[in-house]
Design a protein around this ligand. Structure first.
Ligand code: DPP
Ligand code: ZN
Length: 873
């Protein structure tokens, strides 16, 4: 397959003025007629052919201006339609008829069936599985859609506003939809089925009433009410914070159970993975509620950042994704606790994006080439893309940032644009040169900033020296220095503030702007040696290397006034401890005393002036994967596991009294998913784990499991049982009970799969193999596969990285089997192996063999071969 390059971009020869689509739905033979008006662009020669993309298509008929095109004037393959001998008139009509089998479509791209209902997924290149077309984001046109189906399929939905519908004859009916906003084909959607619905309305800031509908499987309506609430809050927030109003008469969301992504922002008709719509206290955790709120907001916010203004080409994907993630992050921060949400974002970024940036799949936020665009819906495009927007706001300040956004909306509404167009708006309103800032979009890899400090008592001068480095990444051997905005504060070891002003324009009271490779920042009038808090709030997505004295970190861990920065300091202390402990565990030596770390954690745990959710996050400690990432090479997952487990036990023993009382301190009254109560459950749940470890007794957990009246508490107790008390009889009893209780709730059984797939140790491999035979499991459903196999590969360092390579072989076999049905899912699963080169040599060799086995199997999809080849390189 060929490589596509950003530098090769050229516009199409023809514009599309409008497209009318007619679907006659049938599970095995759906007829699609696409009639579009094309207009030759000025300067395009009359003998240029029309070239439309297809994917696995069968052409049934082809007409131009209602006359059949003769055979010598076109070539149709499954992948392409080329028409020659076009009319010389500037505009003409092309009618393409194709026939599809939604039932046979297991890729979940294009038109397929899920749970008996028809639905579509067109981003990035699914529309070409429906009809031949200019399936690219820079071709915007107005869609009118007519859907004809059997009466047994009552709801017929598409984008835009409802035009009308009714009987069609022979037991069939129809519905017609018109979307007045020109859009690219990836935002097209069709849903048809027999679904339950909940309805509401929203009055926009200019007073228009919008109908809101959420469609779910019959009987699940009550589980959609939280999603509806989140939708209305999102609509209001976008008006208040960005001045963005919704633009159609109706906004619909449909939940489907078979879906490759989280959700899809199709204009006026969002299609969601049901995991991100359905929630009630019995089946959903607090984390599920938070995810639903975030993803509902994310897809809604795309209406302006993505739909009204879209991407010129797929290289610009972060234009809509990074920006929209930034918007949903700040929305959730506003709806919940900002520091707690920010900590969660930092954890996600470091757990997922940093390893991507450090391994063979590293790519810039805006890549310059790709083989398969599906493989670029990555944490770099999304999460790092969002961090880049956050840095832009830090550099410009809130007012210029908002002014830049306003200009962007005003100038580019209705267009398909580039990152350069976007950044130009901010450069213009702020009168700044953002040329160096653009490197964040073009250079891959996570910069390291080395920090050293010096205090001169005689001169009362404190100097901070920073050096930035960016290692080579695939295709980018050399890097240039970037603009890195580092939040900072100076304080005395007892926590009092320091007076003393930076002596350079490159620093404000809160931010050091590092723009050179090496730079020193001088503070005068500093009366005593201060403690430096750097990259406060994680203002830049970088690694900090600082030879700070442990005493300084302890001072920050105790006294940092900013919650996020305090968490950062505690995390740094804990990480250093765990890295040291892992080294000793590997040599079978005694582990270091954790007294000072334990004191800090126990003090935070018992500090009622702090938010419970914050205390829970501190108690979570860095994960085994966090410790592995910090060690960076020659990794032995078993040693890390032993070190972390023993550290947890030591902390648990030291704080037993505190933890035991916290474990019982739960919210009272009816269940509320709001942040406050969720935070209290999180703290109690964390305390329960420490208590059980201290008591070394599964009994308390079994009781907590039996008494739980919501999924958060229930799954927490079950997880501690399965992960820390795997041999206790209580554990198997609770697992069995859970399976029985939720036998009819696949999304809950997914949690049961994940709890077992992530139980540490070599035996988890056999458990996963056995669970693949469970009646609730199927390779055909992405949620099931991710809950079991995905969780095992990405969330079980000791189990998956079993020294004999059995984990890698299992993944390789399954990935190959899944690839035949759903390439996107297979390719995504395999990214769990992206850090294989940092393992110790025995495991590395086993991992390599498994990757080679995939690579040498025949008939791989483009998606999978792209990932496996890049991973091996
Ligand atoms: N549906 C995916 C998202 O919203 C891709 N656009 O991120
Ligand atoms: Zn998105």
């Amino acid at each position: 397959s060929q490589v596509i390059h950003l530098k090769d971009y050229t516009p199409t020869d023809f514009e599309v003025e409008r497209i009318d689509l007619t679907f006659e739905l049938d599970p095995k033979a759906t007829k699609v007629v696409a009639r579009s008006i094309l207009k030759r662009r000025a300067g395009v020669a009359a003998d240029r052919p029309l070239v439309f993309a297809g994917d696995a298509l069968t052409l049934k008929a082809l007409q131009i201006d209602s006359i059949d095109v003769s055979e010598q004037d076109f070539d149709a393959t499954p992948d392409e339609l080329v028409i020659r001998g076009l009319p010389e008139s500037e505009a003409f009509e092309v009618t393409v008829e194709t026939e599809l089998s939604p039932d046979a479509n297991t890729t979940l791209m294009g038109l397929y069936r899920s749970g008996g209902n028809y639905c579509t997924q067109c981003e990035a290149e699914g529309f070409r599985r429906i009809t031949y077309f200019y399936d690219r984001p820079d071709v915007l046109t107005v869609y009118t859609v007519t859907i004809i189906a059997d009466e047994s399929v009552p709801q017929l939905l598409s984008n835009g506003n409802f035009l009308g519908g009714g009987a069609y004859g022979d037991g069939r009916h129809f519905a017609a939809w018109h979307d007045p906003y020109p859009k690219p084909s990836y935002l097209f959607a069709l849903v048809a089925g027999d679904l339950g619905v909940i309805e509401d309305t929203f009055t926009t800031m200019s007073g228009r009433e919008v109908a809101l509908k959420i469609y779910v499987e019959h009987g699940k309506e009550a589980r959609a009410t939280y999603a509806m609430d989140a939708l209305k809050r999102s609509m209001r927030w976008d008006e208040e914070v960005y001045g963005r109003e919704y633009d159609l008469d109706i906004f619909m969301i449909v939940a489907v159970s078979d879906f490759n992504m989280g959700a899809m922002e199709n204009k006026g008709l969002n299609v969601f993975n049901d995991k991100y719509v359905l929630a009630d206290p019995e089946t959903a955790t607090d984390q599920d509620y938070a995810n639903i709120e975030a993803i509902i907001a994310h897809e809604y916010f795309h209406n302006w950042t993505g739909n009204r203004i879209t991407c010129r080409d797929w290289f610009q994907l972060c234009l809509k994704e990074g920006l929209t993630v930034y918007r949903d992050h700040t929305f959730s921060q506003d709806q919940r606790s900002a520091p707690v949400k920010r900590i969660a974002e930092i954890k996600t970024l470091k757990a997922h994006q940093f390893p991507e940036d450090a391994g063979p799949l590293a790519h810039p936020v805006r890549p310059s080439s790709y083989k398969e665009i599906n493989n670029f819906y990555t944490t770099t495009i999304y999460e790092k893309g969002s961090e880049v927007i956050g840095m832009l706001r830090t550099i410009l300040g809130a007012d210029d940032f908002r002014a830049g956004m306003d200009l962007y909306f005003e100038r580019h509404d209705g267009q398909a644009v580039t990152i350069e167009d976007f950044i130009a708006c901010f450069a213009e309103v702020s009168a700044r040169d953002l040329g160096q800032f653009m490197l964040w979009y073009t250079q891959a890899g996570t910069p390291t900033v080395t920090v050293s400090t010096e205090y001169d008592r005689d001169k009362q001068r404190f100097t901070v020296t920073l050096e930035q480095n960016l290692r080579p990444t695939p295709g980018q051997p050399q890097k240039q220095p970037m603009h890195i905005p580092l939040g900072y504060a100076l304080m005395m070891p007892n926590g009092t503030a320091v007076t003393g002003a930076p002596q350079t324009a490159a620093a404000s009271d809160t931010v050091l702007h590092l723009t050179e490779r090496n730079e020193s920042f001088v503070f005068d009038g500093v009366e005593d040696r201060p403690v430096l808090s750097i990259n406060r709030g994680f203002s830049a997505p970088v690694n900090i290397l600082m030879e700070s004295r442990a005493d300084d970190l302890v001072a920050l861990a105790r006294h940092e006034s900013d919650g996020v920065a305090r968490w950062q300091a505690i995390t740094e202390l804990a990480t250093r401890h765990l890295v040291k402990a892992a080294g000793l565990a590997r040599d079978n030596a005694a582990l270091p005393e954790s007294g000072r770390l334990a004191d800090i954690l126990i003090a935070v745990a018992g500090d009622a002036t702090l938010e419970p959710a914050f205390r829970a996050q501190v108690l979570a400690l860095p994960s085994e994967a966090d410790v592995a990432r910090e060690i960076g090479k020659d990794i032995d997952p078993d040693a890390i596991h032993r070190a972390r487990r023993e550290t947890l036990r030591a902390i648990a023993a030291a704080g037993q009294r505190t933890f035991s009382s916290l474990a019982d301190d739960k919210p009272s009254g009816p269940f509320s998913p709001a942040a406050n109560d969720a935070g209290r459950r999180a703290l109690a749940g964390m305390a329960l784990r420490y208590t059980a470890l201290a008591e070394n007794d599964a009994q308390r957990l079994a009781e907590a499991y039996a008494n739980a009246d919501n999924m958060t508490d229930r799954i927490n107790a079950l997880t501690v049982l399965a992960h820390d008390f795997e041999d206790a009889p209580e554990t198997q009893a609770a697992l069995d009970q859970f399976a029985e209780r939720y036998a009819d709730t696949p999304l809950a059984i997914d949690k049961w799969f994940t709890v077992q797939a992530t139980a540490p140790g070599a035996e988890s491999h056999a458990r996963v193999v056995a669970l693949m035979q469970h009646p609730g499991y199927t390779r055909g459903n992405p949620n099931r596969v991710r809950a079991l196999l995905g969780a095992f590969a990405a969330g079980n360092p000791t189990g998956f990285n079993r020294a004999d390579g059995a984990g890698y072989r299992l993944l390789a076999d399954e990935v190959l089997a899944i690839d035949r049905k759903n390439p996107q899912l297979a390719a995504r699963l395999l990214t769990a192996m992206r850090s294989w080169q940092s393992l110790e040599s025995g495991r590395r060799e086993e991992a390599r063999k498994a990757l080679v086995a995939i690579s040498s199997a025949g008939d791989l999809s483009v998606d999978l071969s792209d990932i496996v080849e890049r991973t091996l390189q």
